[in-house]
Ligand binder design. Structure first.
Ligand SMILES: Nc1nc2c(ncn2[C@@H]2O[C@H](COP(=O)(O)OP(=O)(O)OP(=O)(O)O)[C@@H](O)[C@H]2O)c(=O)[nH]1
Ligand SMILES: [Mg+2]
Length: 457
């Protein structure tokens, strides 16, 4: 039998209300030792709320609360659950928890409620991970992706692939165990076909990771350019804040500044960097080094040029640098308001057909830039309702390994290997897929995942 556990499920700090959650076989019995309401908790109807008081052993009223009783199995953990809505604050919640501990409850570990939901088979591992993604979702679209995963869209796609492969494996095993039936010709073809089918589904899932990862973690966009081109002005514009200092003195930004913004539902982690140039100033030169390092981490670089002064040696050097870093980049010409001759602008547009031309001071072209950012994340091409998204790097890794293993299985078939070798590869592919759903995940992995949760979840 599992212990009964309790923890505060709401955020720590001053707020109107807090929720203390308790789960386990003794939840109702223990609740009755501290809660005084109209009816004892054990007689209260399941999935209802009751008003009452938390009373200490000496009769002192600790808090007025609302208590929710939820009997197994239709609960978050599939165990008996009690939730106490109490007044928030360190003192009150602490007292109530201590009372519960005195009556035999154990403090919940981080993520332990969700872990129980997983162990008790209500959700699989990828769904449990989605709980945390949902809590940390940065935009509406991110939370949408997490909800889809939580509701089991990824799980059911994986389970279909797993079932197909498992059936095939069973088929092979029969052939191996009863060779007298000699189905070999037939099953080899089926095996090959099944592996191919699974691979094409895995390929689909893997292809969704670019966007899925961006939704979960945000897209890392670095604004780079020589000094004074308007990088910090762009950061301020996109964040709608006066986050970075803007002056007309080249070399204003010395450090790397990061802010996350929501552009069209895509979380974008923006980094403003120190303008890159050769400098004798020791502080600025550290800033330049950091800029170059930030470039290497970027999913996408906004290379910022001054439309009125863009052919400098510094610009060329930077362009080379960005190109050689192999990062994707958008060339942005700022300050087009300063270019009075329309022919000059036309020339620029011809030279840089993929460039984006903006003026931050006159608010021109910034909508085009935002659209380009969204397009790169491919936010508009993906239908969140119908596409199963892979958002988690751990899942992507296992999917890729499953894919490679299936490829090896097909290779084994093509080169005439015996069925037992093929079976080995199939089993290994199934192991990789099972690590995502949790069926074959090692205990350390499971523990590591739940330890990243907050207490009370
Ligand atoms: N005319 C004009 N000036 C602009 C525009 N955008 C920014 N500026 C001005 O350009 C100057 C430099 O802007 P910043 O945003 O500090 O430039 P930066 O690239 O961050 O500069 P460093 O931090 O020194 O590398 C400021 O005086 C801005 O007001 C624009 O579109 N048009
Ligand atoms: Mg700056």
């Amino acid at each position: 039998m599992e212990d009964t556990i309790a923890g505060v499920s709401t955020a720590v700090g001053s707020a109107g209300l807090a929720v203390i959650r308790m789960s386990g076989e003794k939840s109702f019995e223990i609740a009755d030792k501290v809660f005084k309401g109209k009816v004892p908790v054990r007689d209260q109807e399941s999935h209802t709320l009751q008003y009452g008081r938390i009373v200490a052993d000496d009769g002192e009223v600790v808090d007025e609360v609302l208590l929710t009783k939820m009997a197994a199995p239709k609960t978050y953990t599939r165990e008996d659950v009690v939730e106490i809505n109490c007044h928030s604050g360190f003192f009150v919640t602490g007292r109530i928890l201590r009372l519960l501990y005195e009556k035999g409850v154990r403090p919940a570990e981080p993520g332990e409620f969700t872990k129980r939901a997983f162990i008790n088979g209500r959700i699989d591992l990828s769904q449990a991970e989605a709980v945390m993604d949902l809590i940390q979702a940065k935009t509406g679209k991110s939370s949408r992706a997490a909800i889809n995963q939580l509701e089991g869209k990824l799980s059911s796609e994986l389970n279909e692939i797993i079932t197909g492969l498992t059936n095939t494996l069973a088929h092979i095993e029969v052939d191996l165990d009863y060779p007298e039936y000699n189905h070999e010709e037939l099953s080899i073809k089926q095996v090959e076909e099944e592996a191919r089918r699974a691979m094409s589904r895995l390929e689909n899932l893997l292809g969704s990771f670019h966007y899925g990862k961006i939704l979960r973690e945000g897209m890392d966009v670095v604004i780079a350019g020589k000094p004074n081109t308007g990088k910090s002005s762009l950061l301020n514009y996109l964040t709608r804040k006066n986050r970075a200092i803007v002056t007309d003195i080249p070399g204003t930004t010395r450090d790397v500044i990061e802010e996350t913004v929501n552009i069209g539902g895509i979380p974008i982690n923006l980094t403003d960097t120190a303008g890159v140039r050769e400098t004798d100033d020791p502080v600025e030169s550290i800033g330049v080094t950091r800029s170059l390092e930030a470039l290497k981490q970027a999913d996408l670089v906004i290379l910022m040029l001054d439309a009125s002064d863009w052919q400098t040696r510094e610009d060329e050097r930077l362009l080379e640098l960005v190109k050689s870093s192999q990062a994707h980049f958008i060339t942005v010409f700022n300050k087009i308001d300063l270019v009075k001759d329309p022919e000059k602008i036309d020339l620029l547009k011809r030279l840089y057909p993929d460039g984006v031309f903006i003026s931050i001071t006159e608010d021109k072209g910034l909508d085009v830039l935002e659209k380009r950012l969204i397009d790169y994340a491919c936010g508009n091409k993906i239908d969140l309702d119908n596409q199963v998204l892979v958002t988690n790097a751990r899942h992507e890794r296992q999917l890729r390994m499953a894919y490679e293993t299936l490829e090896a299985a097909r290779e084994a078939i093509r080169s005439g290997m015996t069925l037992d070798i093929v079976a080995l590869e199939l089993r290994s592919a199934l192991d990789h897929l099972g690590r995502i759903t949790g069926q074959t995940a090692e205990e350390e992995i499971i523990n590591a995942i739940f330890s990243r949760f907050c207490i009370g979840k």
